[in-house]
Ligand binder design. Structure first.
Ligand SMILES: Cc1cc2nc3c(=O)[nH]c(=O)nc-3n(C[C@H](O)[C@H](O)[C@H](O)COP(=O)(O)OP(=O)(O)OC[C@H]3O[C@@H](n4cnc5c(N)ncnc54)[C@H](O)[C@@H]3O)c2cc1C
Length: 448
């Protein structure tokens, strides 16, 4: 069994421990709620380092955290003690124009991914915050501005290279290790460390119709009643979200966001209904670069704030549910907090629920309540608001939740996140990670 010194000498990347230069930076997460001190951080330079790191952790029975973009709510990507397998330096991206695919390493963030692919007028469904990692987002499913047109991120995953708990590097695709490929598409990091992803790309932009139109908070119910019909009835070319946000120094608004990626000449007519409520406080709908659409939320969720999220999926935005939204968004204790009502519509909703590990294809609304605050003394109040909001919404929810929007205290909702796919995932976990080496995630217990 190699010692830590031998492990360090065998890496192309760095091995950091407490006191080393860069250790504090490398253990910092986007969510300021977590201040964890790993024993070791392996800043991997490539797949060979990942293989060494997985084998070292397994042989020494270390707790393992796997870090992609470091942008998740529950903070699993850094551990106390143990080893962080940090992929954030693995940034290679190669677009293949012949096959319209891209291969991207696991440390890439969406802002970097979009930069490289939009150079060729190409894109795939990705996160709506440029600072989010492609790795964690893809492994949970991936909702974004192109979901209605091109499905979830996982629906565009062609293959992935994965280091499994036994230290092998496997390629998973529709033709190789198909069972693993199924589980990776929504199984959220339970089956190994993905070193790179290959995605299908599509012609998108560079100009799309997007942005938002905002109405006064007093019209929240009217906005949501409009949205429940529009989101589902809209053509696949348009993906819409409703959101309750407070612009810096301003009043909270009920906003409708959209991204229309079809022929521009037809787009104005498609998105015109978003303005039909009349007298908006702000109308920023219009043509814009796709990369600008992808950065609409940048700045709203800065690294280092305290964050806590509660989420669920809704089969319908009933009048009762709309009452709950209107009541709670009006009483949020922090102006930085907000609610995003994401959608699983169009192409994303037409994939069979058991075709990938992501099960909730028939629940069109995926609201996420995001508390954000700056003063640790107010944590209880801010966490409490999101919890109470969710408690009120829960009886009206559709029995699902997006696994990537779970919080650290949602362990009892992991089965809900995987739905009817849980047993198959548990069998897969037993096959690929029987000792649960990869357990800092929405964890699947290996089948007995
Ligand atoms: C502000 C904000 C906006 C968001 N917007 C969206 C959105 O538009 N659409 C959407 O679908 N989701 C969105 N999310 C949720 C997001 O998908 C998850 O937070 C995701 O886990 C972040 O991935 P990451 O790589 O940055 O995070 P990390 O914290 O690095 O990783 C999260 C977890 O994923 C696993 N993991 C990461 N990398 C690997 C790997 N290479 N191999 C194996 N396991 C790995 C680990 O279990 C890790 O704990 C958003 C989250 C936030 C906070």
């Amino acid at each position: 069994m190699p010692t830590a010194d031998e492990f360090k000498a065998g890496l192309r990347g760095q091995l950091l421990s407490p006191g080393d230069d860069g250790y504090d930076r490398a253990r910092r997460l986007w969510n300021g709620m977590f201040d964890r001190r790993p024993a070791l951080i392996a800043r991997c330079a490539g797949a060979a380092d990942v293989i060494r790191a997985v084998s070292f952790a397994r042989d020494n029975r270390l707790v393992v955290a796997v870090r992609g973009g470091g942008h998740s709510f529950p903070g699993y990507s850094v551990c106390d003690g143990g080893l962080v397998i940090d992929l954030s330096a693995m940034k290679a991206i190669r677009v293949d124009l012949r096959t319209r695919t891209v291969r991207a390493q696991a440390g890439v963030k969406w802002i970097e991914f979009d930069h490289e692919t939009q150079a060729f007028g190409l894109a795939t469904t990705g996160g709506t915050d440029g600072d989010t990692g492609i790795a964690g987002l893809t492994l949970g499913g991936g909702l974004g501005w192109l979901s209605s047109k091109y499905g979830l991120t996982i629906d565009n995953l062609v293959s992935a290279d994965v280091v499994t708990a036994d230290g092998r590097l496997l390629t998973a695709s529709a033709t190789e290790n198909q069972d693993l490929f199924w589980g990776l598409r929504g199984g959220s990091g339970n089956f190994g460390v993905v070193t790179s992803f290959e995605y299908q790309l599509h012609a998108v932009g560079p100009t799309i119709l997007g942005g938002m139109v905002a109405y006064p908070l007093g019209r929240a119910k009217e906005v949501l009643r409009f949205y429940r019909h529009f989101a589902k009835a809209a053509p696949d070319d348009v993906t819409t979200y409703a959101a309750f946000v407070t612009p810096p120094g301003g009043e909270t608004v009920a906003a409708l966001f959209c991204c229309y990626c079809g022929p521009l000449a037809k787009g104005e007519e498609v998105i015109r209904p978003l303005r039909s409520l009349g007298s908006p406080v702000q109308d920023l709908l219009g043509p814009m670069p796709y990369v600008a659409q992808q950065r609409l939320f940048d700045g709203a969720f800065p690294a280092g704030s305290y964050y806590y999220a509660k989420a669920g999926s809704l089969a319908d935005l009933t009048d009762e549910a709309i009452e709950v939204f209107a009541e709670y968004v009006a009483t949020k204790p922090s102006p930085l907090s907000g609610v995003l009502v994401q959608t699983v519509c169009g192409a994303a909703s037409r994939v069979a629920s058991d075709a990938t590990a992501f099960p909730h294809r028939r629940l069109p609304y995926a609201p996420v309540i995001v508390s954000q605050w700056l003063d640790a003394a107010t944590s209880e109040k801010n966490v409490g608001w999101a919890r109470d909001f969710w408690k009120a919404l829960h009886p009206l929810a559709g029995g699902g939740v997006y696994v990537n929007d779970l919080s650290y205290d949602d362990a009892d909702r992991v089965r809900t996140a995987y739905g009817a796919n849980y047993e198959r995932l548990a069998a897969l976990k037993k096959a690929y990670d029987p000792d649960n080496l990869f357990r800092l995630n929405p964890n699947i217990t290996p089948a007995g």
